[in-house]
Design a protein around this ligand. Structure first.
Ligand code: AGP
Length: 614
């Protein structure tokens, strides 16, 4: 959602801004814009829709851009006010000397707007952001110093902001500030970059400084300084970026999603690295900063997450309850934050998030922390706001995930839960050693088994072609694969816009069965193990209502070919590990259907990669 880029230095400013915005595109947006401080003039360019429109506009306007010394850019995902050119950032003040881009939401913007209108400010947009531009400009009139003006203005803002501000008469600087929204300064030789996320700067530098809440930065070509809101300079740590520029290339794949699906064997190896050395050795999880005695006596865990991360959490619950007998509640962050939860200092709260920036999950873990719980964060972004809140932090090391539809991060989250559940089981002594040994052995095979699935994609492609024009889909499963069904259905919905729903197979006859006929395919996740026969019976019930049946199975049983129209077979694996394998064909099925339908696979409509608003 939304993205910020800023640059001050000797490179082609427009080029740096556009490349940066292009690398943030995956976050989801509906308009874009840049502002330049060019030969003593502020110039603003905005366009609706995809970045191509802004690029086209800038090409047309080339002759009007002379020699910009600094610039700021933004992609906007509409929250306050519809996607229009007027609402696109950058925003400005009455005199047009100040320009500003903003990520986040200003909660008290209505009061501020009224106050500013009374003072003569003329608003051109419906955004909360324009309020900040007028507010800073008002302060500037009094103090005649951009840093001081920004510092005074941000003290009046409630909510979340990452802002980048330029002023016509101070062309040597960009002033930045943040609260509850990420912002970093990229350090170069005689140049500095500003971005809301790493991909925007990764091509130019690997050294960054992350701004913390309530800090204000003054970024110049050859120096930068960061201050707290009282004006005291803060000594910031320079950090090395955790990713390489190559992470942003499709490496020959048609879409990032397909590339990321294929990265899953390596992602699993990365998760295991340093945690699982040998089947005879215990799981090492030094990231968990709770003493063994407390872990041994742990009675209750809450896991909070959204979307795909929530589905990984469901598998986590199954594993921890099964291995350790600890009661685990899983809840969507957006529900958790609006009720009285029974969370206290004896609860371990686990927040799961690919991005580490999901607003609902951040709020939820902050609430849990206030209640005294130990907060463990499982995330792909150890540099994120959520990671900073963590008492214990498990990075999942999946590498940058560009496709909006999460794939490899889901697998890495699952693997992290296997590690955590086994780690806890070993501390509690709740699972016999030989069973854990066998499980470790099977876990080590997972990358090879996924490779096997990935080298035989044709049956999945055929199935996708066969069902691409279906309007609805039902995915059924039981036990540990119920979450796989939810996740498979979510993938299909997200990128193909087909109405797909996951159900516990046993629930089919309690309502959903009424919908079944030849127009409603039912996909059964049939992994050999405890619930295989049960799901088979549920599939028969669907068949009796004329539903078209697809099986995703680890079974070689040939009679399945009589019951099901399509049988997708995956390698046999311990049932407890089957979600890792079963998810892959479901990701591919969604991918090929969406691709067949000509959908924008990596950037589905209305979706954002990081949902930074509640
Ligand atoms: C996954 O395909 C989705 N794009 C979405 O459901 C996502 O999982 C959700 O928004 C949570 O994001 P997070 O993991 O970054 O917190």
């Amino acid at each position: 959602m939304c993205g910020i880029v800023g640059y001050i230095g000797n490179r082609d400013v427009v080029d740096v801004l556009l490349k940066g915005l292009t690398n943030l595109e995956y976050r989801g947006y509906d308009s874009s814009g840049i502002a330049l401080n060019d030969e003593g003039n502020i110039k603003i360019f905005k366009a609706l829709g995809k970045l191509g429109n802004l690029k086209g506009l800038l090409k047309e306007q080339e002759k009007n851009i002379i020699d910009p010394v600094a610039g700021i850019g933004h992609i906007r995902w509409a929250t306050h006010g519809s996607p229009t050119e007027d609402n696109a950032h950058p925003h400005t003040c009455n005199c047009g000397k100040l320009v500003l881009v903003h990520n986040g939401i200003i909660e008290n913007f209505k009061d501020l707007r009224e106050e500013l209108i009374k003072k003569g400010c003329i608003f051109k947009s419906q955004t909360d952001t324009e309020t900040i531009a007028h507010l800073v400009a008002q302060e500037y009139d009094a103090v005649k110093d951009l840093k001081k003006a920004v510092t005074k203005a941000v003290k009046r803002l409630n909510g979340a902001y990452a802002i980048c501000v330029m002023y016509k008469d101070e062309p040597d600087k960009i002033v930045v500030a943040r609260k509850n929204a990420p912002l970093l300064i990229g350090i170069g030789q005689n140049e500095h970059f500003i971005a809301s996320d790493i991909p925007a700067v990764i091509e130019y530098t690997s050294q960054v400084v992350y701004l913390d809440d309530m800090e204000v930065g003054v970024v110049k070509k050859d120096e930068f300084h960061v201050y707290d809101v009282e004006g005291n300079e803060v000594n910031k740590k320079i950090e090395k970026l955790p990713f390489e520029p190559v992470a942003l290339s499709k490496r020959g794949y048609k879409h990032f999603m397909l590339k990321e699906i294929h990265e899953q064997p390596d992602v699993i190896r990365n998760v295991l690295n340093g945690k699982l050395y040998d089947i005879d050795e215990k799981i090492i999880l030094n990231e968990v900063k709770i003493d063994k005695e407390t872990l041994k006596n742990l009675q209750r865990i809450e896991i909070i997450a959204c979307g795909t991360s929530l589905h990984a959490a469901m598998v986590g619950k199954y594993l921890i309850e099964d291995f350790c007998g600890i009661a685990v509640d899983v809840e969507a962050s957006s529900e958790y934050i609006y009720r009285k939860t029974v969370t206290n200092e004896h609860t371990l709260v686990i927040g799961v998030s690919q991005s580490g920036e999901t607003a609902d999950t951040i709020t939820a873990i902050k609430q849990a922390k206030k209640k005294g719980a130990h907060v463990l964060i499982i995330t792909n972004r150890p540099d994120s706001a959520m990671a900073r809140e963590a008492d214990s932090l498990i990075p999942i090391n999946a590498g940058i995930e560009v496709s909006v539809a999460a794939t490899k991060s889901f697998t890495a989250q699952l693997m992290s839960f296997y590690m955590l559940a086994m780690f806890l089981a070993e501390i509690k002594g709740s699972v016999p050693k030989d069973i854990l040994k066998e499980l470790k052995h099977d876990i080590i095979q997972l990358p090879t088994l996924i490779d096997e699935i990935l080298t035989h994609k044709e049956p999945i492609q055929r199935c996708a072609r066969l069902f691409a024009n279906t309007k609805d889909f039902i995915y059924i499963a039981r036990g540990i694969n119920l979450a796989t069904a939810y996740e498979g259905a979510l993938k299909l919905k997200e990128i193909s816009y087909i109405n797909a729903t996951g159900y516990p197979a046993g629930e089919l006859k309690h309502g959903p069965i009424a919908m079944l006929d030849e127009s409603m395919p039912v996909l059964s996740i049939l992994m050999e193990g405890k619930v295989y026969e049960k799901i088979l019976s549920n599939s028969e019930e669907a068949k009796a209502r004329n539903a078209r049946l697809i099986a995703l199975t680890s079974s070689q049983d040939k009679t399945l070919d009589d019951l099901f129209e399509v049988v997708l077979r995956i390698p046999k694996v311990n049932e407890l590990l089957s979600p890792v394998l079963a998810s892959v064909p479901l990701q591919l099925l969604a991918y090929y259907i969406a691709e067949f339908l000509g959908k924008d696979v990596d950037q589905p409509r209305n979706l954002a990669k990081s949902v930074t608003v509640e």
